[in-house]
Ligand binder design. Structure first.
Ligand SMILES: [Zn+2]
Length: 129
């Protein structure tokens, strides 16, 4: 994943959120075609027809969750990064705001650490398999 791809995913999810009045449930539903397209671009296909177990981008919920979860993580990372860069602040006339830039930087760092913990937890699970 490149920084450009993070930015593109952020723009995509932002557009869907705006189009759906910031209703996350509706926006995630609207994201499914893009998640399927991404899965196809990445050629994510698992399983075996002879075992009646196949995971394809689009129809299988496993592949939907795979791509939607990554896209949402990319969205939030890029969004928080933008807020740090912009000094985002909700108070009129504050932006760029040094106080909220520091708070968003802290939030970004905590989010990154949460993602790192997730990867560590997944690695620990993998080691038990
Ligand atoms: Zn402020």
């Amino acid at each position: 994943m490149s920084l450009k791809e993070l930015e593109e995913t952020c723009d995509l999810v932002s557009g869907l959120l705006q189009a759906n009045n910031h209703d996350l449930g509706a926006s995630v539903g609207a994201l499914l075609p893009d998640a399927e397209a991404r899965g196809n671009r990445e050629r994510r296909r698992f399983g075996d027809n002879q075992h009646n177990t196949v995971y394809l981008p689009g129809p299988s919920h496993e592949m939907q969750v795979w791509h939607v979860s990554l896209m949402l993580a990319e969205y939030l990372a890029d969004l928080l990064g933008r807020k740090v860069k912009d000094g985002h602040c909700g108070a009129p006339g504050h932006a760029p705001c040094a106080t909220m830039r520091a708070e968003h930087r802290f939030m970004f760092e905590q989010y990154r650490k949460a993602l790192e913990k997730l990867v560590d937890d997944v690695s620990q699970l993998e080691a038990t398999l």
